[in-house]
Design a protein around this ligand. Structure first.
Ligand code: HEC
Length: 121
């Protein structure tokens, strides 16, 4: 009799232990990147690019650099054009730097965002 009671208590404790040991994992936020529809328009001659650089920034970069470019996890980019050229920014987007991971943008998108940022002086 005594033994049965023991085993019951023991297994009960094990179950409780297993349940509480399981930390509630938070499911990561759904950052949905829209598929990049390759717009067939060639770059118009008026300085404007075919892709919407600001929209790409908001989708891809603002989570770290802030919606208004003022920084957050990543540095302030409001005057980044004074420090980096367009080509340097493209490199950072494509390869990442320090704690910034490489960004999954196609060439057109990377160039557009970099051009837009390089104008921020
Ligand atoms: C996961 C967060 C994250 C995302 C997303 C991100 N960045 Fe960054 N970015 C960083 C961090 C952190 C740094 C600082 C890297 C370092 O030098 O250590 C940085 C640095 C930079 C720099 C250099 C800033 C300087 O002062 O030298 C540029 C330019 C830049 N990011 C542009 C972008 C662009 C454009 C995008 C979107 C295409 C983007 N970043 C997306 C985190 C991010």
């Amino acid at each position: 009799m005594r033994q049965k009671w023991w085993t019951f208590l023991l297994s009960g404790a094990l179950v409780v232990g297993a349940l509480s040991g399981c930390g509630g994992g938070s499911s990561g936020g759904g950052t949905s990147q829209p598929p990049s529809g390759g717009g067939g328009t060639e770059q118009p001659s008026g300085g404007q690019t075919a892709v919407d650089a600001e929209a790409i920034y908001q989708n891809t970069c603002s989570s770290c650099h802030g919606k208004d470019l003022s920084g957050g996890f990543g540095p302030d980019l409001r005057h980044i054009g004074a420090q980096l050229s367009k080509d340097e920014i493209v490199q950072i987007i494509e390869k990442g730097r320090g704690s910034m991971p490489a960004q999954q943008l196609n060439q057109d998108e990377a160039e557009a965002v970099a051009t837009w940022l390089a104008e921020k002086k």
